[in-house]
Design a protein around this ligand. Structure first.
Ligand SMILES: [Zn+2]
Length: 242
């Protein structure tokens, strides 16, 4: 199974790893460990370089994380330039993009925390790009004035410089934390023995696999870019970061 280095160190920008499998038809390699985030929980996969080739896609397939390497002129050339099984390769993240995603993902956890704490509205889904994204809530009473109030509250939480803690907990221990139940931790597959939690101190706690900044002040300026009614109960809030 590929070791996900970003799970314990989101600030790791470069790494060395060994190639464990090669798919020459697709121009992809699997590694024994990686700092690339493979996507999930609304956060897109990372981009960057690996073995001097651009990484155009990263995705989990079974127990391995696969990295699709691009920019070869032809499929034949891609196959010949791919590193071989056993080769040690150097990887570098597109850090500007990744750091923007860390700030964006943490901004959405602040939003989740504020909306739950002050309005008791639950998240139903979300998606993000670097510096923007959307989140859907069961939030019947959301209206325009409230949007401005929420934006002001986000700024307060950023300025509060709350530390963000990441922990890997045994399943049983995680299941005893009441705050995690609302984020549907009970839907985790049986086989998962360790639960990764992301806590914004004093504000939000979630089971989450994504990458986050270490302190809310790193989020910087965040605006509510829009909101939409997706039905009587379901409402969408869009955020944009500077
Ligand atoms: Zn998240």
């Amino acid at each position: 199974m590929t070791e996900l280095m970003a799970q314990t160190d989101a600030y790791l920008r470069e790494f060395d790893a060994a190639v464990v499998e090669v798919d020459s038809a697709e121009g992809a390699v699997a590694l024994d460990r990686t700092a690339f985030y493979p996507g999930g929980g609304g956060q897109p996969h990372d981009l960057g370089r690996l073995a001097d080739l651009p990484v155009v896609r990263v995705q989990r397939r079974g127990e391995w994380i696969w990295h699709w390497l691009g920019a070869a002129a032809s499929a034949t050339e891609a196959a010949t330039s791919l590193p071989a099984i056993g080769a040690v390769v150097h990887g570098t993240l597109d850090w500007e993009r990744r750091y923007a995603l860390m700030r964006t993902h943490t901004a959405f956890h602040i939003l989740c925390g504020v909306v739950w704490r002050d309005y008791k509205a639950q998240v139903t889904g979300g998606n993000m790009e670097p510096l923007s994204g959307r989140m859907d809530f069961e939030f019947e009473t959301l209206h325009g004035d409230l949007v401005h109030e929420i934006e002001a509250k986000l700024a307060v939480e950023v300025a509060a410089a709350r530390p963000v803690h990441v922990r890997l907990l045994p399943r049983e221990e995680a299941f005893r934390i009441p705050d995690l139940i609302r984020t549907k931790i009970n839907l985790l597959p049986e086989g998962i023995t360790t639960v990764r939690t992301v806590e914004i101190e004093g504000l939000d706690l979630q089971a989450d696999g994504g990458t986050h900044v270490a302190n809310t002040r790193e989020v910087g300026t965040v605006r509510v870019a829009g909101y939409k009614s997706k039905g009587r109960i379901n409402k969408r809030i869009e955020l944009a970061l500077d």
